[in-house]
Design a protein around this ligand. Structure first.
Ligand code: MG
Ligand code: MG
Ligand code: MG
Length: 306
């Protein structure tokens, strides 16, 4: 049997990464390419698990690294430092992504679909339409879940008209009330009680390096910021260990209130001055009103001030 092409999203997988990997596999198979297999690079979070349970499917298999020459398709990311270990020596044959292109290169030509939408699943939705391939209920729910997650139910500034259109259409196919399902899905991801502080700061963390400054911006969703802040001391201790372990200059943890669309940030490291160019930190914290998006709001705030 021919070796499978692996499809995966970024480390610390979110709902778009997991659902888009699975949907990309379904789309490829329906398009006659059957030698593909969705996999994941980390634990499935509770929000994603809610979506998988709703559809009644298992999470993709976990892989630790990719072997040299392994054929892969990347979804929901392209930066090598967010990808599988060994990605430098894998053979990337395709990318479907909605992020900036950064720290990315290949030796061979490839399929690359980049669109500045709110979610990878919106790009996949358009691929189904463009190829005239039927969207069934299962993949409709998976894509809808990804869009709800990435756009916080279309409230994030990353949302485009394409995401809105796709979500409306997918909700109709899936026969779900988007607002009701969406709130349940997002709330499932805010149940943080079972997680250690170390797990919380790693759950949705992305690493960046700009002009030699090493940063992590991590995000947790909640319906109560004060609830999460009860663990502030322990969270700070874990952030400090992460800074030491990885030689980071700045670690920003954004605690995002999904109901009111605000984020409380905790910023630590030897370069918190970068944050203080935008907002004054008190007790290592600041409340950022209307800020919910790492990509469109937090990342530019950090990078533009380095
Ligand atoms: Mg993602
Ligand atoms: Mg995404
Ligand atoms: Mg996200």
């Amino acid at each position: 049997m021919e070796e499978k092409i692996l499809i995966f999203g970024h480390k610390n997988p979110d709902t778009d990464t997991i659902c888009s990997s699975i949907v990309k596999q379904i789309l490829s198979e329906k398009d006659g390419k059957t030698n593909v297999k969705a996999v994941r690079l980390g634990n499935v979070n509770k929000e994603t698990q809610f979506a998988l349970d709703y559809v009644g499917i298992d999470a993709p298999d976990l892989i630790e690294k990719v072997e040299e020459g392994q054929k892969v398709i990347l979804v929901d990311h392209n930066e090598f430092n967010q990808s599988a270990d060994g990605i430098e020596n894998a053979k990337i044959i395709g990318v479907v992504d909605h992020h900036r292109i950064c720290n990315f290169q290949t030796t061979d030509p490839l399929y690359y679909t980049a669109k500045p939408y709110g979610c990878t699943a919106t790009i996949l939705y358009q691929d189904f339409i463009a190829k005239g391939i039927e969207i069934e209920k299962k993949e409709a729910i998976l894509m809808a879940s990804a869009i709800i997650s990435d756009t916080l139910l279309l409230k994030s500034p990353t949302t485009t008209k394409h995401d809105e259109k796709a979500l409306g259409e997918l909700g109709r196919i899936a026969e779900i009330d988007i607002n009701k399902y969406g709130l349940e899905l997002l709330k499932a991801g805010t149940d943080l009680d079972d997680f250690s502080e170390k797990e919380l700061i790693n759950m949705d963390a992305k690493k960046f390096e700009t002009k030699g400054v090493k940063c992590v911006i991590a995000q947790v969703n909640t319906v109560s910021i004060p609830d999460v802040l009860k663990r502030k001391e322990k969270l700070e201790a874990e952030i400090k260990s992460a800074i030491t372990e990885s030689g980071l200059n700045l670690f920003v943890l954004a605690i995002t209130d999904i109901l009111n669309s605000n984020s409380q940030i905790i910023a630590l490291g030897d370069r918190t001055d970068i944050i203080e160019k935008s907002v004054k930190l008190e007790d290592n914290m600041a409340l950022l009103e209307g800020v919910v998006s790492r990509k469109k709001q937090l990342l530019p705030m950090v990078e533009n001030n380095i």
